[in-house]
Design a protein around this ligand. Structure first.
Ligand code: SF4
Ligand code: SF4
Length: 512
């Protein structure tokens, strides 16, 4: 008899129930065949990998303390009678700690105006003369008041747009107002600015550095790629971005901050233009001083269909791209460049670091409304920035109300947030509930809605599921064959990297 194949998706193929396990001895587990091994996971987020013979003994109930695989199963918390209950409780509390606070991430869209016409974001920008899309001072203060009602002991206020520097007075006002409020509220506050840097100047940079605002930007690749998609009629977007990145990084060094931790965070939007050359993209990132990259598949939000046809790609193409990029990142590390790929860093934090990085799109339930809120420039509240982008397309179903007239409690406990929590809780997702990767995965109701027309979606046909199934399979495959060096890199990525410099404790304006 050969070992079972992966459980097919759907009620008829529920892998866990098909397994004849020794109920007295083993905790419930899920399984998946990857390469030459079977990946077993349990609800504590621990895993074991066993060969086909061992798996067969396992499902036939022929496994016990005398079995060579028993110590591995015991160490990974599969043996019920050997569980350290205090450790299980602590681990479960850590993995679900996000449920015990309120929204931490508050995305403030201070204007819809932008001086770029990036080809993948037609739906979410307004031309520079549309000053009526700027957030007013009154709405800004109401938004900060709303954010501070969150019971979360830490708040991140993230400036987005449009291009947030186009409404600089409101950015400055929000920072000063929030710091004043925090003198009483005494939360841990972080500010983050997502900018194309084209409107940066020395005075703004001095202020942002002084107020410890983390700066993030977009860099899509070498000039030929970046400038082809991130069009800016007033100048060369790539060169301007890179010039300011170098200056900001220098300011961090001048302050004595660890250059391995403190650099401008640059994010690429992966388009077809870089799909054939992940190595070129990564080498360019290293050349301009980056030490990390976040390789993300394009989301189905805010895209014109014609642009999608020209710049988009299939999930299989993305996963091929990702595998090549991963190998190149490992090679860069072998050559002595400490470089992190952030998607994999999130996965290994969960899989081998055994901690919850609280990435809002990859948790159960997701962060919509309970982990983040997006504030549109007109004061309307959304479950998340992706929900706000759907509104830009003409559908306001992710709107929670507005800062002028909606009470915090009504927004957070209202029907939209409840629906999002239910739709993204993996125990209620038929395919996820029995998936080996459930302990680490998450689903996105906005993605489901855009791609499949329902918040719940159908994971068997979802590109979201294809992506994470593919990425977890890839990681599990690497963990079978990685040499000691590659393992050490993954272990390093699985260690939390705190950027405490940007965290400001309450105690008065400008005080750290
Ligand atoms: S709905 Fe999607 S984008 Fe919004 S918080 Fe949840 S996972 Fe993230
Ligand atoms: S979305 Fe994640 S948990 Fe759900 S079936 Fe796909 S890989 Fe598994």
């Amino acid at each position: 008899m050969s070992a079972p194949a992966n459980p097919p998706m759907g009620p008829a193929g529920r892998g866990r129930d098909a397994v004849h396990r020794d109920r007295a001895r083993l905790v419930p587990f899920r399984y998946r065949a990857v390469g030459d091994a079977y990946v077993l996971t349990n609800d504590f987020g621990r895993y074991a990998m066993v060969d086909a013979e061992t798996f067969l003994r396992l499902v036939q109930g022929r496994i016990g303390p005398e079995d060579p695989a028993w110590p591995q199963l015991q160490a990974a918390w599969f043996v019920a009678e050997a569980l350290d209950r205090d450790a299980v409780v602590a681990q479960t509390a850590e993995r679900s700690r996000f449920l015990r606070s309120g929204p931490n991430l508050h995305i403030l869209v201070v204007t819809l105006r932008c001086n770029h016409t990036c080809q993948y974001c037609h739906a979410s920008r307004a031309p520079m003369h549309h000053t009526h899309t700027d957030m007013s001072i009154e709405t800004a203060e109401r938004s900060v008041d709303f954010a501070f009602q969150s019971p979360s002991p830490s708040l991140t206020l993230e400036f987005q747009g449009g291009e947030p520097l186009a409404n600089w007075p409101v950015v400055e006002h929000i920072i000063e107002y929030a710091l004043q409020k925090n003198a009483l509220a005494r939360k841990s506050v972080m500010f983050s600015l997502v900018s194309n840097l084209s409107l940066m100047d020395d005075a703004k940079l001095d202020y942002l550095i002084d107020r410890r605002v983390q700066i993030c930007t977009s860099l899509d690749g070498p000039p030929a790629v970046h400038d082809a998609v991130r069009k800016w009629s007033d100048g060369a977007s790539h060169d301007t971005t890179v010039r300011w990145m170098a200056r900001i990084n220098q300011r961090y060094r001048d302050q004595g901050l660890d250059p391995n931790l403190y650099r401008v965070e640059a994010l690429p939007t992966i388009t077809r233009l870089v799909l054939d050359d992940p190595e070129g993209l990564l080498d360019h990132y290293v050349t301009v001083g980056c030490r990390s990259i976040f390789l993300r598949h394009l989301d189905p939000f805010g895209w014109a269909a014609t642009t999608k046809a020209r710049l988009g790609y299939t999930m299989a193409e993305f996963l091929d791209f990702y595998a090549r990029a991963y190998h190149h990142v490992i090679e860069l590390n072998r050559r002595g460049t400490d470089f992190v790929e952030r998607t994999m860093a999130l996965l290994v934090a969960k899989v081998i670091g055994n901690f919850e990085p609280n990435f809002l799109d990859l948790r159960s339930p997701c962060g919509a409304g309970i982990g983040q809120i997006a504030y549109n420039s007109d004061g309307r509240l959304f479950t998340c920035d992706e929900g706000r982008m759907v509104d830009r397309g003409g559908d306001d179903c992710f709107c929670l109300g507005d800062v002028a007239s909606t009470a915090y409690r009504d927004a957070i406990a209202g029907p939209q947030v409840r629906a999002m929590v239910l739709a993204s809780a993996l125990d209620g997702q038929p395919h996820c509930a029995t998936c080996a990767y459930k302990p680490w995965c998450g689903v996105c109701p906005v993605h489901n809605y855009c791609e499949q027309g329902s918040l719940h979606g159908r994971m068997a046909d979802s590109t979201w599921c294809q992506k994470y199934m593919g990425l977890f399979d890839f990681l599990m495959g690497r963990l079978q064959v990685a040499d000691a060096f590659e393992r050490s890199v993954l272990q390093r990525w699985a260690t939390p990297r705190r950027q405490d410099h940007f965290v400001q404790e309450g105690g008065g304006p400008g005080q750290g």
